[in-house]
Design a binder for this molecule. Structure first.
Ligand code: HEC
Length: 479
């Protein structure tokens, strides 16, 4: 019996003291730091304390900086241990650590300075102030480490926060995409963002109005001061939903009447989610959510068609000049400095007429030279139109040989070469274009080749089905 006991005692391997003592001391850091802070502030204040005899407080000041320095060392040591054991990143702690070292060294410096002084000189006061400043900054960095940046400003209203320079991220609500919305998580990607947008400012871990935190699934499940706010499958009896439906005059209406209200769609989605069991995981598709219901949360792909650049306003004279010559010109979009120029009513336009366009060269984004007399020579000029986005060369004498010059135009998206002499292999020259989306080559040798030859592919869409284009009404509009 006796030996059994001893055996047990022996198999219990003692935990080495360093394994808990060091992390424990590390965790004392947030407590220990207040010691040097208090003592040093006391010492700094004493330097400014009005005194009849200029040296009456010198011994106390000296002592304060000595003990303050020792306390700063101790705090620094524990801080280093905390950094070692708690997995802080060096980038995050470095400024705070350097500040701490300067504070400790500075305190001892002050001690020496005061020890050799006869009076509290203005030099001592200036150094004391500098030390105080470093102490303050170091402490602030330390606070950011433990409480997170914006710990103080976080509790302030948004407009005050921005006054303090804190970046207030607006809650955007659900952000779905056209392609992936069906696979999005109903709770995480739709419901929680709706709550973040409409409720989180008052219902979060720091500001729990009605004892309710709506910033996470776990918190929301806990409910508020009146108990659960959710009854899975029963929205009407879930305070989380029912309160939204209460008339605005009702003091229990949420969000409070003076606050921005959730949209009809948002309320419907919350209802949907609760009816479906208020689950944490599950996709929109699985919940039977239709596209209509989430349409407004789908991010629109808003890549502008024409290049975005700020141009000087259009000069009325040069526009008038173009029109007088029989060209048609207008802004591609209202407010844009970019031009749409067409020669529909000027079939006599030929290579030498290019000079008409010289003055607007830098802003032509849409150019229609269809049906004119232009030849390959004009392509040389076209290659210099850096904003050119749509180019129509239908029914012209352009041959495919000049196309390679258009490939470097890095805004060119649509190229019309219907009823020209271009061949399939000549179109290949456009393959190096990074912007080209579609090339139209109906009624060309290329379209005939396509019908017979093996499948060829281009990085752009080639529209070249072999048929004659019907004449469009717009082709003969007279401006
Ligand atoms: C402007 C602050 C504010 C906003 C925004 C807000 N609430 Fe409240 N909420 C309160 C206050 C204050 C209470 C406590 C008084 C009460 O019960 O009416 C409360 C209480 C509640 C309760 C009752 C908790 C309980 O157990 O007593 C629910 C549920 C609730 N809110 C839901 C919401 C929802 C859902 C939203 C967002 C759609 C929201 N609130 C937005 C301030 C707010």
């Amino acid at each position: 019996m006796g030996s059994q006991r001893v055996d047990n005692e022996c198999t219990k391997i003692p935990v080495p003291m360093t394994e808990y003592l060091l992390p424990f001391l590390g965790r004392m850091h947030p407590v220990l730091v207040h010691l040097p802070i208090g003592i040093l502030i006391f010492g700094i204040l004493l330097c400014f304390f009005p005194q009849k005899e200029k040296n009456a407080l010198l011994p106390s000041i000296r002592l304060a900086f000595l003990i303050g320095g020792i306390a700063a060392l101790a705090a620094g040591g524990s801080g280093f241990l905390q950094y070692q054991w708690e997995g802080f990143a060096w980038e995050d702690v470095q400024l705070h650590l350097v500040g701490g070292v300067i504070t400790a060294v500075g305190s001892f410096g002050m001690y020496v300075l005061v020890k050799n002084a006869e009076i509290v000189s203005s030099k001592i006061r200036v150094f004391a102030l500098v030390l105080g400043l470093i102490l303050g900054i170091t402490g602030h960095w330390g606070g950011n480490l433990t409480h997170g940046e914006g710990y103080f400003t976080e509790v302030l209203p948004a407009d005050l926060q921005s006054l303090f320079g804190a970046v207030v991220q607006p809650e955007l609500g659900p952000q779905l995409t056209e392609e992936t919305w069906e696979n999005a998580q109903l709770y995480a990607e739709v419901i929680q963002p709706i709550l973040n947008k409409n409720c989180k400012s008052c219902h979060n871990p720091r500001n729990r109005k009605g004892e309710l935190d709506l910033s996470s699934f776990a918190a929301l499940k806990k409910g508020g001061e009146d108990g659960m706010v959710l009854t899975a499958g029963d929205a009407v009896h879930s305070a989380l939903f029912a309160r939204l439906l209460l008339p605005k005059e009702d003091e229990k209406h949420m969000p409070p009447a003076e606050k921005k209200q959730p949209s009809k769609e948002e309320i419907a989605l919350i209802e949907n989610w609760i009816q479906g069991g208020a689950k944490e995981s599950g996709t929109l598709a699985a919940a039977g959510i239709s596209k209509n219901q989430i349409e407004r949360f789908i991010l629109k792909n808003e890549i502008p068609f024409y290049p975005t650049l700020t141009l000087a306003p259009l000069d009325a004279d040069s526009l008038a000049g173009l029109k007088a010559a029989g060209l048609f010109a207008e802004a591609v979009e209202s407010g844009s400095g970019l031009l749409k120029v067409t020669c529909i009513n000027l079939p006599s336009f030929q290579d030498s007429d290019w000079k008409l366009l010289e003055s607007v060269k830098s802003r032509v984004a849409y150019l229609d030279l269809s049906g004119t007399q232009v030849t390959d020579a004009v392509v040389e000029q076209l290659a210099a139109l850096s904003t050119l986005t749509v180019l129509k060369l239908n029914s012209t004498g352009i041959s495919g040989n000049s196309l390679k010059k258009l490939a470097p135009l890095n805004n060119l998206k649509l190229l019309y070469l219907n009823k020209t002499g271009v061949k399939l292999n000549q179109l290949q020259a456009l393959s190096s274009s990074k912007s080209l989306q579609k090339v139209f080559a109906f009624d060309t040798p290329a379209s005939l080749e396509l019908a017979t030859s093996a499948k060829v592919t281009f990085p752009f869409i080639l529209e070249a089905g072999s048929y004659s284009l019907p004449k469009l009404a717009t082709d003969s509009i007279v401006y």
